[in-house]
Ligand binder design. Structure first.
Ligand SMILES: *Cc1c(COP(=O)(O)O)cnc(C)c1O
Length: 425
């Protein structure tokens, strides 16, 4: 069938999609006329896998019927519960199992990593982040700078994107690192930028940061489960993520953390300690001295939130079954299809802030309508009333993310068609 702008072509693409059945493994919120909404908001909160109720129910049962004994003698003993998440997370992160751990939430993990890996020394004190970084990351970094008695005003570098654009040039990032190298302690960047959807060249940036002796960390909130990651091979120092976006772990889900094997036995690094990061063999003997576990697990503090971890098991099983390569291949086609419909139907009415090159983005497109932002906001509200779930970011950005695990080509067609008709009236 030759590509066309007709709905029938989208239907054809769905029929040919080998991952189409995974859609049925998720609950969709209700849309406008009682049917399913067209949910394009997985960058904010992933949908609930249908298995979640069962898997959470098992832990509620374990609590009810075994109570404290469920720590050691239930179907999935709580004491090691987080370890079941390790293999799936390691595959998604491109890491060794010993390099990843599910724990806490994103911003908390970022604090733990900064406590260990932001080590201002002599002239090397500065931290480089991107302009318009997610608020929480910026707050966390600024607070660490202040914690060390330094002033963010001359310690925090917020690198600007290309003039008039939301997109960063990887070469400019590397040039900035080279320029600041003698004073730069840490580079902290997103894997995928939350506002623009740009996917950074993490391999090149890591090589460049490490060549200049800077520690390099990534915030993977919008990257994990979205774009391929090879944190181990890239030689990244640390990374953090949350699990409620593309990982479908549910609101407040347990977050994750990567620490490169190179640091797995770096016991001299200062860390904020707690009993769950202590040697498993003597954890319950509670000796006076803290003996950290090797690997990422040595950064744990508390026993894990079982009810906030169970849903992630259900979701990781779906990633496992679908396979990361087929998912990425579908993602590129799905987002490319969205882009081609929007360009064909909306032309100059619409600006796409996300890079065009598939390598430089995940599934999200960030859109700006060329019209007064009040009108654009009303269009977004109308989309929502008609059952299209995407989001609005001040001042005027609409973020739309077709997620390959549960979105269809018809979803994309319907969204582009609805936006076209709202913009033309
Ligand atoms: C979603 C997101 C967060 C959220 O932080 P929590 O600690 O999970 O509330 C932080 N940073 C970035 C870049 C994000 O996209």
């Amino acid at each position: 069938m030759t590509p066309s702008l007709d709905r029938s072509y989208a239907e054809q693409l769905d029929r040919e999609d080998s991952l189409a059945a995974f859609r049925e493994a998720f609950h969709f919120p209700r849309g406008a006329h009682g049917g399913r909404s067209v949910y394009l908001c997985g960058h904010s909160l992933g949908l609930q896998p249908k298995d979640v109720a069962h898997i959470v129910g098992e832990e509620l049962d374990a609590w009810a019927t075994l109570a404290v004994d469920a720590h050691f003698s239930s179907k999935r003993p709580w004491v090691a519960y987080h370890e079941q998440l390790t293999p799936g997370l390691a595959r998604l992160a491109g890491a060794l199992p010993s390099e990843v751990v599910a724990m806490n939430s994103l911003s908390v993990n970022l604090h733990l990593m900064l406590a260990s890996f932001y080590r201002p020394q002599g002239r090397r004190r500065k931290v480089l982040i991107e302009h318009r970084a997610f608020s929480s990351d910026r707050y966390a970094v600024r607070s660490h700078i202040q914690h060390r008695g330094l002033d963010p005003a001359d310690t925090l570098i917020e690198l600007a994107p290309r003039a008039g654009s939301y997109v960063f040039d990887c070469e400019e990032i590397c040039e900035a690192i080279a320029r600041e190298a003698e004073e730069l302690a840490l580079v902290l960047l997103p894997g995928v930028q939350y506002l623009s959807g740009q996917s950074f060249d993490m391999a090149a940036i890591t090589t460049c940061a490490r060549r200049h002796g800077c520690t390099i960390g990534f915030d993977l909130a919008h990257a994990i489960g979205n774009v391929p990651l090879h944190l181990h091979d890239w030689d990244v120092d640390f990374a953090v993520w949350c699990s409620y976006k593309y990982l479908n772990g549910g609101p407040g889900a347990i977050g994750g953390c990567f620490v490169h094997e190179r640091h797995g036995r770096a016991f001299e690094l200062p860390r904020l300690a707690g009993w769950w990061g202590h040697d498993k063999r003597s954890r319950f003997a509670m000796p006076d001295n803290f003996v950290p576990l090797t690997g990422a697990e040595g950064w744990q503090i508390s026993n894990p939130p079982i009810l906030a971890a169970a849903p992630l098991l259900a979701s990781l099983a779906l990633f496992e079954r679908a396979g990361l390569e087929p998912l990425r291949a579908k993602s590129i086609r799905l987002t490319g299809y969205l882009e081609s419909l929007l360009r064909a139907w909306l032309g100059d009415t619409l600006e796409i802030l996300t890079p065009r090159n598939a390598e430089a983005r995940g599934c999200q497109l960030s859109l700006r309508l060329n019209m007064p932002s009040e009108r654009a906001r009303r269009i977004h509200e109308q989309l929502h009333r008609e059952g299209f779930v995407c989001d609005w970011r001040e001042p005027d950005v609409i973020r739309v993310a077709p997620v390959p695990l549960y979105n269809s080509f018809v979803d994309v067609w319907q969204f582009a068609n609805a936006l076209r008709s709202l913009c033309s009236t």
